[in-house]
Design a binder for this molecule. Structure first.
Ligand SMILES: Cc1cc2nc3c(=O)[nH]c(=O)nc-3n(C[C@H](O)[C@H](O)[C@H](O)COP(=O)(O)OP(=O)(O)OC[C@H]3O[C@@H](n4cnc5c(N)ncnc54)[C@H](O)[C@@H]3O)c2cc1C
Length: 514
């Protein structure tokens, strides 16, 4: 077992000069969940791996997910057994390795008797789902076990979801998935785990060029975004796992492969309203062809999504326009009694680009793409990966490394992190304030020192949960800046950067200053 007890606790070290002096078995471009899982899996296979991320780890698509670790229920409709088994196994991986960051997510879908949404049909689906996922709890701590699904009557539906529309209600389906309220911490823990096993990860390092000699990859050039210095890193294998950027990077370093990433836009909304239920509610607006939305309970708040639409714009930082948000709110209000959401309730938008099935479509691709550029006439040793779900990123990493290094590479126990070792988790209550000296400064200083924190928003948004409450994060930002020993100018720049982050994700311009 590759447990932590036997391994020296290592930090995520940000030293580009030192890292550029070494030769790597593999270099990974992009530090979203796919890059993080590639780094971990490579390190578990004994490969010397380096990950380079142009912004902060997990700041792009991976930050904006709906925080659900999916099992396979949704894939029953298409009878995609392979995807069901893969999702169940990967959900279990998250439960086994991050029991403190992943919890059972009870889900409820009210049933109105249309098509497959009849209790008789759904009962069969739930039975099948439980059978196909009968090993879902193996090796998972008992408190995190996922029970069997069940059909419940109207009274029970109303008890769980008091605002349910009862007209034509025929009961409800209850099943269980995984929730990771602090998915940003999961990603950082994966990177830390990889570093403990010998991996290296550097944020704010943008890969600008692929080095090629006689058709063979020899490494990459990358720019340190904090100093603008250019560095070279050597490896005969480079994986482009840059999410929404992967197609343009592939085109820059080889040629365009449209299959890698056809843009589609997806977003969730966090509302400044109490959650409607302890369960995640699957609600379908009553209009033909409507998509089902999930209304989550996220730290007590109502978190809804996912809205999908085509994306015909070169920007990699999408944000829905006001009309789209208005329409979404109208749909939610018309589907749930007395909801009365308005645009001023929008607290934060979580937007991202995902690979579509077809150009101009809002339908998400079904499977990952793992492309070997060398066998397609491009640079030998260059690979591109494009994935669809946070949940299955680890498996895609394993498949990619097997494709590159051959099936014989041994990934030493994909499970097995010793979670008993204490972690500086940095998860705080939503209304926590940094006033009494009760150890929080030491916790945050440790995180700053050990987890490659460059900017204030790295600390508040992606290493801790302090950024979940924007008003408090901004109110106490001076105090947090003091932990870095920054001067006045730097402190002011960092606070402006944090405000910019919040403003870029909001539709209504909330006054964040008080
Ligand atoms: C709204 C929404 C909801 C979702 N909900 C869920 C969910 O509930 N459950 C689930 O399982 N999945 C969900 N997903 C899907 C999941 O979030 C994505 O599949 C996943 O995050 C993609 O990760 P990635 O690493 O490929 O991309 P990213 O997270 O975008 O990472 C790519 C990284 O590459 C970096 N990069 C780009 N160019 C360079 C360069 N030149 N040099 C260095 N670095 C570079 C970028 O800065 C970026 O950080 C959701 C997605 C969205 C958008």
């Amino acid at each position: 077992m590759a447990g932590r007890r036997s391994i020296e606790m290592k930090k995520i070290e940000r030293d580009l000069g030192k890292a550029s002096n070494e030769n790597y078995d593999v270099i990974i471009i992009g530090g979203g969940i796919y890059g993080a899982c590639l780094l971990l899996t490579a390190a578990q296979a004994g490969k010397k791996a380096l990950l380079l991320e142009k912004e902060d780890f997990g700041a792009a698509t991976s930050f904006n997910n709906l925080r659900t670790v999916h099992g396979g229920l949704r894939y029953l409709q298409s009878l995609d057994l392979k995807r069901i088994f893969e999702s169940v196994a990967e959900r279990r991986w998250f439960f086994r390795n991050f029991p403190d960051l992943v919890k059972p997510l009870p889900c409820l879908m009210p049933l109105y008797g249309n098509g497959v949404y009849r209790p008789s049909i759904f009962r069969l689906a739930l039975i099948l789902n439980d059978l196909l996922s009968s090993n879902r709890n193996t090796g998972v701590v008992i408190e995190k076990h996922l029970p069997n699904g069940q059909i419940i009557n109207n009274a029970k539906v109303k008890q769980i979801f008091p605002q349910v529309d009862v007209q034509n209600l025929k009961g409800g389906a209850v099943w269980y998935d995984g929730a990771m309220p602090d998915s940003q911490k999961v990603l950082i823990e994966i990177i830390k785990w990889a570093c403990e096993l010998g991996g290296k990860a550097i944020n704010y390092a943008e890969v600008t060029d692929l080095k090629i000699k006689n058709g063979l990859v020899t490494g990459v050039k990358a720019q340190d975004k904090t100093s603008e210095y250019l560095y070279e890193f050597s490896s005969s294998k480079v994986i482009n796992s840059s999410g929404p950027w992967c197609r343009s990077l592939a085109a820059k370093f080889d040629r365009d492969y449209p299959e890698l990433f056809k843009d589609s836009f997806a977003w969730n909304v966090l509302f400044n309203k109490p959650a409607l239920s302890t369960h995640a509610l699957a609600v379908t607006p009553k209009k033909p062809g409507a998509r089902t939305y999930f209304i989550h309970h996220w730290k007590g708040f109502l978190f809804a999504g996912t809205v999908h639409s085509p994306w015909n714009n070169n920007s990699r930082k999408p944000i829905p326009d006001e009309n789209a948000v208005k329409n979404f709110i109208t749909e939610l209000n018309s589907s749930i009694n007395d909801l009365n959401l308005s645009e001023s309730d929008v607290l934060q938008i979580f937007p991202g680009l995902l690979p579509a099935k077809e150009e101009g479509s809002d339908k998400i691709a079904v499977r990952e793409i793992i492309l070997d550029h060398g066998t397609n006439g491009g640079p030998k040793g260059f690979y591109s990966v494009s994935g669809v779900k946070y949940t299955t990123a680890r498996l895609v990493a394993e498949k990619t490394l097997k494709k590159i290094f051959g099936k014989e590479i041994k990934i030493s126990s994909p499970d097995g992190r010793d979670t008993a070792t204490s972690r500086e988790l940095g998860i705080f209550e939503n209304h926590w304030i940094p006033e009494k000296p009760n150890g929080w400064e030491t916790t945050l200083k440790n995180i700053i020192q050990n987890e490659s924190v460059v900017h204030l928003d790295d600390l508040l948004i992606r290493r801790t949960s302090l950024g979940d409450n924007p008003k408090l994060a901004l109110k106490y930002s001076d105090k947090y800046c003091n932990l870095f020993n920054w001067n006045e100018q730097k402190t002011s720049d960092e606070i402006s950067r944090l405000k910019e982050f919040y403003n870029s994700r909001r539709i209504t311009n909330l006054d964040l200053s008080n």
